[in-house]
Ligand binder design. Structure first.
Ligand code: COA
Length: 179
């Protein structure tokens, strides 16, 4: 029985199949294989907001996400079997893409989800934008390490861009040129 099942596993290529086997045989599919990026909907907002509030001292409120979903923004979640693990938002216009938010549940960080979502945003921008921009707090060394590793370069500083406990904090602006 086990041998037969292992053989079946080698033939499984589609996410839907993997999800099926994960439900029937929970230990049979590596977790990472179940991480799936899909478009965000309003139904995701409770989970998205819970992560947003855990990750940021000045989180976005629900209406900002609703406006992004209503507008022409590109909004995505990374989920595992219907549970949202992270989300990311992008806007594209006049040949420029701008990453507005990328965020992974603190309990699920350091497993490659942030990198997977960033790669997804870069791929989604190809052919539609020449450059991708984003802002990051100078204190956010984890995010900066990820962005630089993915090829982003510092192009400037936005003074007093972010709210902070004692006033405002500058933002580092990063850019990635797409070829
Ligand atoms: C930034 C963030 C999205 C990264 O998500 P993640 O899923 O933890 O990242 P990954 O597991 O894909 O790691 C990617 C890279 O980030 C860097 N990184 C991740 N965790 C790190 C840590 N604790 N210390 C240093 N670098 C780290 C590494 O370069 C890592 O690459 P590696 O695994 O090859 O070493 C996540 O930390 C997060 O949600 N932070 C809170 C929200 C936020 O600050 N978003 C960015 C706003 S600009």
């Amino acid at each position: 029985m086990r041998e037969l099942f292992d053989k079946i596993k080698t033939l499984v290529v589609y996410d839907a199949d993997k999800e099926f086997y994960a439900k029937v045989f929970p230990d049979s599919v590596p977790r990472k294989d179940l991480f799936r990026i899909r478009r965000m909907t309003n139904a995701d907002l409770p989970q998205v907001l819970a992560i947003e509030r855990k990750n940021y001292p000045f989180p976005w409120e629900e209406d900002i996400f609703e406006d992004c979903l209503k507008g022409s923004y590109s909004c995505w979640v990374c989920e595992e079997l219907d549970r949202v693990l992270g989300y990311c938002l992008l806007t594209i216009g006049a040949g420029e893409a701008h990453i507005l938010n990328i965020s992974v549940d603190p309990a699920e960080q350091k497993q490659g989800i942030g990198r997977k979502m960033l790669k997804h945003l870069i791929d989604a921008s190809r052919g539609r934008a020449e450059t991708i921009f984003l802002e990051v707090r100078p204190s956010n060394i984890v995010a900066i390490a990820l962005y630089e590793d993915m090829g982003f370069n510092e192009i400037g500083i936005r003074k007093g861009y972010y709210p902070a406990e004692n006033g405002r904090e500058d933002a580092i602006m990063l850019a990635l040129h797409l070829f």
